[in-house]
Design a protein around this ligand. Sequence first.
Ligand code: ADP
Ligand code: MG
Length: 336
Amino acid sequence: MTEFSLIERYCQGIGVTHSSTRLGVGDDAAILRVPDGMELVVSVDSMVEGVHFFPEVDAAKLASKLAAVNLSDMAAMGAEPKWATLALCLPQLDDDWLSGFSAALDTISKRYGLQLIGGDTTQGPLTLTMQIMGLVEAGTALCRDSAKPGDDVYVSQSLGDAALALAALQGKVVLPDADLAQVLRRLETPTPQVELGLALRGLASSCIDISDGLVAELGHVARGSNVAIEIDLEGVPLSSSYRTYLDNGGSYILALTGGDDYQLLFTAPQEKRAEINQVGKHLNLALSKIGQVNELDSHSDKPIDAVMLRYKDKAFELQDNSGYQHFQTKQQLDAE
Ligand code: ADP
Ligand code: MG
């Protein structure tokens, strides 16, 4: 198989066809029309074997995850996904691998209205890069720099399952079979919250997707918006698998700092509570209020933490001064 027949067979006709695509796969570059009054939203994410996934993960799961992490960036901006380009660096031309990858990419692209319009194919260590492009009405994109004191802080669905799955794969925790299967699905085929992102336009004051862990993303919003954020640990939504893990001596750390959740973290003025509730009902998606946005008191002589975590009205410290992370079990926290 040559590179050209590979492209023809596995990279052409993937996803939907948009009328605003003047030219897709086949020429030196694609040509796209951005409709009047719309803005183009662009992002790129790579996945490297051995860094972002284990060598044995199958091609279909990799395609779904690559698309999902990119779609999640569109969701976080409140943008409608439209186009993608794909850079494949492959160790060898493997028909089975490529057909699995291509079919899964087609499925998820059709589900979210994405069209593959180009890419690049090279030989080397397995690395998958997707660039995604979406559209948003000018001025309505959801950014991370506009949370306001008094706003509520929300998170979608539940956190920590992907990190729990990774810990299980690394042999750090042992889970019952049914829970392991459940959290593995969350790690390998995360669901991008595209519909939620679109529904939050005009409601959320800021939004970000949780790829690097809740606490890190809260820090991005707090710093970007120049505010302080206070979180109630007991409000952080957890799956039944994660709760079982907690009951068996697990800690909150994975849910707070583990990555790969791809849920949306957003803020909204309190007067939008009823509307946010409606959005959750309409999408059949849990939207949990986990805290609030406060003033960053720059006049105080004591520096205050931009992100503060509470557990039952006590401060929850993630680390001590030496940087040691506290892996207290829920039972130890309750006993304190
Ligand atoms: P060029 O040498 O002009 O960069 P290529 O041979 O790399 O052209 O690609 C030929 C066409 O196939 C281009 O339109 C390119 O966008 C497309 N293409 C190449 N690899 C991929 C891929 N992995 N996925 C989608 N399209 C691809
Ligand atoms: Mg090329």
